[in-house]
Write a protein that binds this ligand. Structure first.
Ligand SMILES: [Zn+2]
Ligand SMILES: [Zn+2]
Length: 277
């Protein structure tokens, strides 16, 4: 199984690639830019990116980038919309330089404009990004949301509607288990019953799973991650997900609220201990 966690790249991307195996990870996620801002991003360190890329091959790692939270591809605010498109274009370049196969971006928030409008606004943003995109081998991975505020992407139908016009090579999906649970998309008792896992139009898009337990109950519509086994999804719910043969080939990324990165070693070990041989 491919499993890893979100890692800081404060000491460089290549440093994160070195840390991953020490935690038992063979996959990792990083923030493409400061997660809370994007206007004053540091320029890409190409030497570090190349070093990290080589290390990933040597250590058999895969990675995805995560865009800053400020990106909102469905915003009615024209200046934030333009900045979000610009940021995503850059993030694809950053991900390509680092040899990482995807860039995760959350579904947008259309405020009071409505969900239909939001879906179209997001598609228009994705079209604008892809028109300018010259990278290869990096997919935009649209992440489902918990449904806080006006967030779209809380149902299978909405996720499929957003990605439908785009080629499989360019736009995929990242499924966050906490968001899916909080949005009422998957249950604790039978998360494997999620309809998407049986649908080729979903599975052909699915390239990453954010494996998180939930601090909040089913359908609570809040984005609150919990440590594996300590939340409302629980060890049983998590075990059912990681043992599902349909998800065998999908990399899992933990984004659980550890105090320090070294704790991910235990989180990863916990997940591995749930695997039936
Ligand atoms: Zn996530
Ligand atoms: Zn989240």
């Amino acid at each position: 199984m491919r499993i890893g966690c979100h890692l800081s790249i404060a000491k460089g991307f290549s440093a994160a690639a070195k840390v991953a195996p020490t935690l038992g990870a063979n996959a990792f996620q990083y923030f493409t830019k400061n997660p809370r801002g994007f206007r004053n991003a540091k320029p890409l360190d190409r030497v570090d990116a190349e070093r990290g890329r080589a290390l990933m091959q040597e250590l058999d790692l895969v990675a995805v980038g995560h865009t800053p939270y400020l990106i909102n591809l469905a915003t009615p605010d024209d200046s934030l919309y333009a900045a979000s498109i610009e940021a995503l274009v850059q993030d694809l370049v950053i991900a390509e330089a680092r040899g990482t196969y995807g860039v995760v971006v959350h579904c947008g928030k259309p405020k009071d404009q409505g969900r239909e409008w939001g879906i179209e606004r997001m598609q228009e943003a994705l079209r604008a990004v892809l028109e300018r995109n010259a990278t290869e081998g990096v997919r935009i991975l649209i992440e489902n949301t918990a449904g806080q505020g006006s967030e779209i992407g809380t149902t299978l139908a909405e996720l499929l509607a957003i990605v439908e016009p785009f080629s499989l090579d360019q736009v995929g999906i990242c499924l966050d288990t906490q968001h899916a649970f909080a949005a009422g998309m998957i249950t604790r008792e039978a998360p494997e019953a999620f309809e998407g896992f049986n649908r080729p139009d979903f599975m052909n898009r699915l390239h990453a799973i954010h494996l998180n337990d939930s601090k909040v109950e089913f359908n609570a519509r809040k984005d609150r991650h919990e440590m594996i086994g300590q939340g409302a999804l629980g060890l049983d719910g998590i075990a059912r997900i990681v043992n599902d043969p349909r998800l065998e080939h999908i990399p899992f990324y933990l984004e659980t609220p550890v105090d320090k990165e070294s704790q991910y070693a235990d989180e990863i070990a916990t997940v591995r201990s749930l695997l039936h041989q």
